[in-house]
Design a protein around this ligand. Structure first.
Ligand code: FMN
Length: 203
């Protein structure tokens, strides 16, 4: 069974290789508009958006993310800073690779970076995640690639960076997504876990 919505959901891939070409402001507005139609707790629509298309600024933020990742790695032996994920070898290797890479493997030289920010309140982050997925699906339908950049959240560890980005008072970065025209057609989606392993039917 399929229809254009289901097909589009199944086709969307994270894109990490972009054309130099900028995205028109109207298209970015359209993508955000789709985000605004996501479900949200008590219909509070708790999101705000920061849209960055200045390449030097994105480059600078990429360096800041790497700097913060290095700090996180350095501090991991101090008990009060220890994060349980860093005990996992694979995650640790992953973060090392990101932190010490010469290339921009944080924001992938994307022409647009959007932060979705929100307050630390019940189900606000979940609402923002719905908004983020809407935006990525809308982008895909417009021929624009996207990738959620979880690592960007480390910018929240630096108050001055949050001010520089213009994150509103009491808000944190809930999602960071890069957008751009894909350089190549992304491959098929990776294999998904089979239903029998992850679905428990109670009939
Ligand atoms: C919360 C979240 C954080 C993510 N963070 C990153 C990231 O920091 N860097 C990156 O390259 N991809 C990131 N991704 C993208 C995932 O790696 C990607 O969605 C996953 O491998 C599945 O591939 P697909 O999106 O092509 O289906 C993130 C995705 C999510 C949902």
């Amino acid at each position: 069974m399929t229809n254009p919505t289901i097909q589009s959901i199944k086709e969307r891939r994270s894109v990490r290789n972009f054309e130099e070409k900028n995205i028109d402001k109207e298209l970015l507005q359209e993508i955000i508009q789709a985000g605004k139609f996501a479900p949200s707790v008590q219909n509070k629509q708790p999101w705000k958006f920061i849209v960055i298309t200045n390449k030097d600024f994105i480059q600078d933020l990429s360096l800041q993310v790497k700097k913060e990742l290095k700090n996180v790695l350095k501090k991991r032996f101090i008990k009060k800073f220890s994060i349980k994920e860093l005990k996992d070898e694979d995650t640790l290797k992953h973060i090392y690779a990101f932190a010490f890479s010469e290339k921009d493997i944080i924001f992938f030289d994307a022409p647009a970076l959007v932060f979705i920010t929100t307050e630390d309140r019940l189900f606000f982050d979940e609402s923002c995640a719905c908004c983020a997925e809407n935006m990525m699906l809308a982008a895909h339908s417009l021929g624009i690639g996207s990738c959620w950049i979880g690592f960007a959240s480390v910018l929240g560890l630096k108050k001055d960076m949050m001010q520089k980005i213009g994150v509103p008072d009491k808000h944190h970065i809930s999602a960071a997504i890069v957008f751009g025209y894909p350089k190549e057609k992304p491959g098929r989606a990776s294999i998904r876990k089979v239903g029998s392993d992850i679905i428990n039917w109670i009939e």
